[in-house]
Design a protein around this ligand. Structure first.
Ligand code: FES
Length: 141
């Protein structure tokens, strides 16, 4: 095999392996974190409390909203809602289990939305929540 063929074959294999890793990564993050798709009404999002019977964290995907919301049940029974938009350059964040990661430039945030690694410098936006009957209400204003 000449040098040119070797380089060409090696690059093809690297691309195939890389594509496989990216696909596996996306599938595992989707498979492990529960996602709740819903709509916005009156500038609020409602999430059934019962969805937290199996998990203390949900990714909320409101229709017509550019970014997801991370909704976490705290130890005191309250709920914390964070906008999963990177404060560096507005990229969608990915939940990691220990917090959130931005795949664009590498910023990381902890579960409370505080920056743990830059280049982002500001905390994530928090939304107030309340429980009414069997619903968690996230106020988007
Ligand atoms: S957009 Fe998230 S680190 Fe730059």
């Amino acid at each position: 095999m000449d040098r040119r063929s070797f380089v060409k074959q090696s690059c093809t294999m690297c691309l195939a392996v890389g594509a496989g890793l990216v696909a596996a990564s996306a599938l595992s993050s989707c498979a492990t974190l529960p996602v709740y798709k819903t709509t916005i009404g009156n500038n609020k999002v409602s999430v059934p409390v019962s969805l937290f019977a199996q998990s203390d964290f949900l990714v909320i995907q409101p229709k017509d909203m550019l970014y997801n919301i991370g909704l976490r049940k705290e130890k005191d029974g309250s709920y914390a809602a964070l906008l999963l938009r990177c404060t560096h350059a507005d990229n969608q964040l990915v939940a990691t289990g220990n917090g959130f990661r931005c795949n664009l430039h590498g910023s990381s945030f902890d579960k409370q939305g505080q920056v743990t690694q830059g280049p982002a410098e500001r905390s994530l936006k928090k939304y107030p929540t309340e429980i009414i009957a069997d619903q968690i209400i996230i106020h988007l204003s």
